[in-house]
Design a protein. Structure first.
Length: 437
């Protein structure tokens, strides 16, 4: 992207003190929620849209009032509040309905994660082996697969231990982790937070409240919060499925921790994300290069690689082949059933419609990975913002080229790219000094 294009996008984003972009964001979100409520074939999505359309619409009206009054105050509060009402409120409503007997109030991944927790509790591994999956009825084999890292099973443990209540729904615990990680990340990046590592056991918690509703935030940080709390892909995902949001939030927290020099905790955060889902491993790789360039790899490495390795020990001791069947063979298309992740991105279209398409798409994906690796070696990231941009563009390319992928995975690159300006403290402080958000 040329400097001219970057300046154009920045000008659009800052128009009217950021309110013009806010208006389009909330209005488009309201329209998306309305269309989802009226037309979606997925019942959990329709239920989300029927609730989310109202806070999105109210936020749109409030932004119009702000524009008329030429006031940019309260943008951060509006972002947090709308996120709560558009994501967390529908989540709780659907969880309550589900606990009351409704079977159409959760996406399949919620059930998969809860079954992982149950298997981990009772069998020591969250995975079924190939033979056990083959023994299931044909129409149940897809649900027998658990294509996540072992750490994801933790979110299913409350239901396995305490039973079927609304608060044991895996989505509730996805949300707890997501909100907690985002609050700490925002608190770390707020003006006035300590730029050096704190001595407390949980750095950032003491400052997390600075980033919650009622506290002015610099415009880049407002946009960063909106990218996770407001963008409909994220809100819908958290309310109906949710397993990607804690992974994303932990990665964003890791970036905020590196931006403030807390490399040990950054390793723990991104390591926890990688222990839950493979999507975090590219972020681990980028941050590891950043850590090496910064001379902080010794602090970063134990958590970043130690946690993903640690969670592998129980499944490998119980049944290593089951892990490989679920986490390696199934995502690569070699399971007993085919993954339903089939959004019409270039990789999927190539795999489906060209001779040898799957091999060609895989080759393009591998070539892209090589290009990114070369870029990392020749021009390694030297700031957290650089690392976020590399993660964003790299994951966008990967999502577009993976033969089996989902439209919802776009929440990762959207968030990383939106957070890059907020990770540059000078940008945040300059913007904050011009006008309070």
């Amino acid at each position: 992207m040329t400097n001219r294009a970057v300046r154009l996008l920045q000008g659009i984003d800052r128009a009217g003190g950021g309110l013009t972009a806010d208006l389009f964001l909330y209005a488009i979100a309201a329209a998306f929620a309305l269309i989802t409520a009226l037309t979606s074939t997925l019942l959990p999505h329709r239920a989300w849209g029927a609730i989310a359309v109202w806070p999105y619409a109210a936020a749109t009206v409030l932004v119009v009032v702000q524009i008329m009054r030429r006031s940019v105050s309260g943008r951060g509060t509006l972002a947090w509040t709308t996120g709560v009402l558009a994501a967390l409120l529908p989540l709780v409503v659907e969880a309550v309905h589900r606990a009351g007997g409704r079977t159409d109030r959760a996406q399949e991944e919620v059930l998969v994660v809860e079954r992982m927790g149950d298997r981990l509790l009772h069998h020591g591994t969250p995975y079924l082996g190939r033979d056990a999956i083959a023994a299931l009825p044909v129409d149940e084999r897809l649900m027998g697969y658990s294509p996540y890292q072992p750490g994801m099973a933790v979110f299913g443990l409350p239901r396995a231990v305490f039973g079927d209540f609304w608060w044991t729904d895996a989505r509730v615990w996805f949300a707890v982790m997501t909100v907690g990680a985002l609050a700490v990340a925002v608190g770390l990046l707020m003006p006035g937070s300590s730029p050096t590592p704190s001595s407390g056991p949980l750095p950032g918690l003491s400052g997390a409240l600075r980033g919650l509703p009622g506290t002015p935030m610099p415009p880049p940080l407002v946009r960063a919060v909106q990218a996770v709390a407001i963008v409909p892909i994220c809100a819908l995902t958290l309310a109906t499925g949710g397993d990607d949001l804690p992974v994303l939030a932990l990665c964003l927290l890791a970036l905020a921790l590196t931006a403030t020099g807390r490399w040990g905790w950054a390793g723990v955060a991104v390591g926890a994300a990688a222990a839950c889902k493979p999507f975090a491993f590219p972020v681990v790789a980028v941050l590891l290069v950043f850590a090496i360039v910064s001379g902080r790899w010794r602090s970063f490495l134990p958590g970043a690689l130690g946690l993903p390795i640690l969670v592998l020990i129980p499944p490998f001791l119980v049944n290593a082949h089951a892990f490989l069947e679920n986490v390696v063979r199934f995502p690569l298309g070699h399971g007993l059933v085919t993954s339903p992740a089939q959004s019409p991105f270039p990789g999927y279209l190539i795999a489906q419609h060209l001779p040898g398409g799957r091999l060609l798409a895989t080759g393009l994906l591998a070539a892209t990975a090589v290009v990114i690796a070369v870029r990392l070696v020749r021009r390694p990231p030297r700031t957290a913002a650089d690392a976020a941009l590399i993660c964003g563009w790299g994951l966008l390319a990967a999502i577009l080229l993976i033969p089996s992928t989902r439209f919802g995975y776009l929440l990762y690159p959207i968030a990383f790219l939106a957070w890059a300006p907020a990770l540059t403290s000078d940008v945040s402080h300059r913007a904050f000094s011009k006008h309070t958000a």
